[in-house]
Design a protein around this ligand. Structure first.
Ligand SMILES: Nc1nc2c(c(=O)[nH]1)N[C@H]1C(S)=C(S)[C@@H](COP(=O)(O)OP(=O)(O)OC[C@H]3O[C@@H](n4cnc5c(=O)[nH]c(N)nc54)[C@H](O)[C@@H]3O)O[C@H]1N2
Ligand SMILES: Nc1nc2c(c(=O)[nH]1)N[C@H]1C(S)=C(S)[C@@H](COP(=O)(O)OP(=O)(O)OC[C@H]3O[C@@H](n4cnc5c(=O)[nH]c(N)nc54)[C@H](O)[C@@H]3O)O[C@H]1N2
Ligand code: SF4
Ligand SMILES: [Mo]
Length: 672
């Protein structure tokens, strides 16, 4: 091997291209691909560090199957063979199925890797088994998906970023690409000719570089949206023809819009009326793009907020034409022929799929009558999920047979009965997709797996065999699966050719799913008024409601994506640990003065879910009353043995079961 191309499969907007060269002792050197249009030769600092660090360090990886020998949580294991591990898992899982039915087996998974096979193929096993699935999106972006699916007919058909060439304004609402998509931030937003407007309670680096930053108090976005829409109407920016032809329910919101003047908006949100007017002017200045972040809807009224901001494109006709559109996620690969349902074995489900949400998971796992076996794969819930302390106790249940599949010995791994070591993305062939750009990449095997680790898909093929499941779908090879996905995409070349190129744009010209202006809703129009959302408990149309005023003495805690970690991945890389320093909470200078707290002072953050102690960083990056502590640390590596999710009370957004983590309220006091 001289130089090989592959792609980063992390849960990140960028999906960077990678070039790999041989290193020493079986290692490889991982760098950015200069020919990749999104990252243009660099990787983010965290991956450039961790991919050449902990990801290739055999002493930090899980390399062999393990069986628990100590109490749950201690992480004491003995090494066992794959055969022994798989037959024990099969036997104990079958016992649960025989006694209590397949629904007593629960599995949780998410986005450790998003490469297509490793991310989706294991679902075939669980669908065949009939297990209960913890709905992965319920900890991330489910409220937004439900809201925009009802409104626009689909929530994964975003604008193609290339269409920005025809755009005069990009409105980034509640996303922080400076952390969560650093190359999109640097190149795409950085080189955009028009105006960038950011709406975020935090002065992120993206906001600092924007033409205009609106800084509302968290949870007031719907009011802000209504007052921007009020101003759009005053500017004559409504597209009446578009509304008549393609929007359902506009008359129902017009009286409210009329009442939400910019000065009313200022009183509700803290954003100066003048800035509300400027934002409307910029959005109205020509074709405009609206990027709704995933952080935006992780709040108590997240679904209503998504509907409210969706009125901007709906009422101005900013969708389905060059330079216009909306993006929550853009999963173009699935829209252009890669059959993800087939890959995940949707047809293997017998009857109705059984689901459960993250919000409520701790309570459900505590109940001994509900689940007898649990699989956690591609996720680290004891770092990332709600009610961390309570969930941990539930994981301690002796009678909950627990299997964890990961590349690293995470907190969740410490609670497993059997640990199965997963190979990393550097160690097997797969395909990657971006959830923002219509790009598919080849993930290529560029080094041997660490120890005896195996790709997720191979682990679940072997487990299917151990269970005696002989459906051919459960045993299809990677080569066949990859070929079928590529055939579906009709690229006209093989995996080898794709691997040579590294990546491919799925369409030559910007892809616009809404170009036909057909919306796949019951009315065929953009549904400002939605019956399906009424059925799940929302108002018939979006409202300008804000969260109730914060109780005296409590602070709102925001815990969004960190620059240094990808969710909780890379948290165990020592170089990253050193460079990112100890965990901090950013406190507004006026709040710090009130409480007599100085920079660096340890402070307790507390609520009904738990308590953590963090070092104070005094800064005015967020409004008074708002605290910022980035997510992404491994509890067991932190001084107090927990991370910010010890404070995640498991509150739902306005759609039951969807995370409202950015609505977390805490008390703050000096740790004296
Ligand atoms: N407080 C707070 N909490 C949050 C959020 C927040 O904003 N604030 N955000 C939420 C969001 S948006 C999300 S998506 C979730 C994400 O939460 P998780 O899905 O738990 O993400 P990670 O913590 O990165 O855990 C992924 C795990 O997968 C492992 N992994 C990587 N590659 C592979 C592989 O090929 N195979 C296997 N088997 N494992 C692999 C990694 O080592 C890692 O341990 O966290 C949520 N938690
Ligand atoms: N470096 C890095 N990149 C990541 C991740 C990571 O952990 N680290 N996680 C990945 C995952 S799983 C996801 S889902 C994406 C998420 O990435 P984004 O879509 O960018 O979402 P978040 O980082 O959760 O939050 C974005 C912004 O929402 C803001 N926000 C919070 N509450 C409100 C509110 O009430 N109103 C408004 N307007 N804004 C609000 C926060 O201040 C934050 O700056 O990033 C992915 N990329
Ligand atoms: S995590 Fe994102 S920015 Fe970092 S290398 Fe991967 S795709 Fe690129
Ligand atoms: Mo996420």
């Amino acid at each position: 091997m001289t130089e090989l191309r592959t792609n980063c499969p992390r849960d990140c907007y960028d999906n960077c291209g990678i070039v790999v060269r041989p290193g020493k002792n079986g290692r490889v050197i991982v760098r950015g691909d200069p020919e990749h249009p999104i990252n243009r030769g660099t990787l983010c600092t965290k991956c450039a560090t961790a991919y050449n660090g902990v990801w290739q360090d055999p002493s930090e990886r899980l390399s062999i199957p393990l069986r628990r020998v100590g109490p749950k949580g201690e992480g004491a294991f003995e090494a066992i063979s794959w055969d022994a591990a798989l037959s024990e898992v099969a036997e104990r899982t079958q016992q649960v199925i025989d006694k209590r039915g397949p629904q007593a087996v629960v599995h949780t998974h998410y986005s450790g890797t998003l490469s297509m096979l490793a991310f989706m193929f294991p679902m075939r096993f669980f669908n065949r088994l009939g297990a209960t699935e913890v709905e992965p999106d319920s900890i991330c972006n489910l409220a937004g998906h439900i809201a925009w699916s009802a409104m626009f007919g689909i929530s994964v058909a975003g604008f193609d970023p290339r269409t920005a060439a025809d755009s005069s304004c990009i409105l980034v609402w509640g996303a922080n690409p400076s952390h969560s998509g650093p190359h999109m931030d640097q190149h795409w937003l950085g080189e955009f000719d028009g105006a960038v407007v950011v709406v975020d309670p935090i002065r992120t680096d993206t906001a600092v570089r924007a033409d205009l930053h609106l800084q509302p108090f968290p949870g007031t976005d719907a009011a802000l949206a209504f007052s921007i829409v009020h101003e759009l109407r005053a500017l004559g920016a409504f597209d009446d023809e578009f509304i008549a032809a393609h929007v359902h329910g506009a008359p129902d919101v017009l009286p409210t819009i009329e009442a939400c003047s910019p000065s009313w908006g200022e009183a509700q949100t803290g954003v100066p009326a003048e800035q509300i007017r400027q934002a409307a002017e910029l959005y109205a200045s020509g074709p405009a793009l609206l990027w709704a972040g995933q952080g935006l809807q992780r709040q108590p009224t997240g679904a209503n907020v998504m509907r409210a901001i969706g009125m901007l494109p709906a009422l101005t006709g900013n969708i389905g034409k060059p330079g216009a559109g909306i993006c929550y996620l853009n999963v173009a690969a699935a829209l252009l022929g890669a059959d993800f349902d087939e890959l995940a074995g949707a047809s293997l489900v017998d009857g109705e799929a059984r689901k459960l949400n993250h919000i409520g998971l701790a309570g459900a796992l505590e109940d001994p009558d509900r689940f007898g076996a649990m699989f956690s794969w591609n996720t680290n819930p004891l770092a990332s999920a709600a009610e961390q302390l309570r969930l941990r106790e539930a994981f301690r249940r002796e009678d909950l047979f627990t299997v964890v599949v990961d590349c690293f010995p995470t907190d969740t791994v410490d609670y497993a009965d059997i640990v199965l070591p997963a190979a990393s993305f550097l160690e097997f062939d797969d395909l990657t997709f971006s959830y923002m750009n219509p790009i598919v990449g080849a993930q290529r095997k560029v080094r041997e797996p660490v120890g005896d680790s195996l790709p997720n898909q191979e682990i679940f093929r072997r487990l299917a065999a151990a269970m005696g499941y002989d459906e051919p779908e459960l045993h299809e090879s990677d080569v066949v699966l990859i070929e079928r996905l590529l055939d579906g995409l009709d690229l006209g070349f093989s995996f080898e050719e794709l691997a040579e190129r590294g990546h491919v744009y799925l369409t030559e010209d910007p892809f616009d799913y809404f170009a036909d202006r057909r919306f796949r809703t019951p009315s065929g129009r953009i549904e400002i008024a939605s019956a399906s959302l009424s059925e799940v408990g929302l108002d018939p149309v979006p409202t300008p409601a804000t969260d109730a005023a914060q109780p005296e003495g409590l602070f709102r805690l925001l815990t969004p994506a960190s620059r240094w970690r990808l969710n909780d991945s890379h948290a165990n890389d020592r170089t990253i640990g050193r460079r990112s320093g100890p965990p901090t909470v950013t406190v507004h200078p006026a709040d710090a003065a009130d409480l007599g707290i100085a920079d660096g002072d340890p402070v307790h953050l507390r609520n009904g879910a738990g308590q953590i102690t963090l070092a104070t960083a005094i800064g005015d990056i967020a409004p008074r009353g708002v605290l910022v502590a980035y997510k992404g640390r491994w509890p067991k590596l932190e001084p107090g043995g927990c991370n910010v999710n010890a404070l995640h009370e498991g509150n739902s957004a306005d759609i039951e079961g969807c995370s409202a983590v950015h609505g977390t309220l805490v008390s703050l006091e000096p740790a004296r």
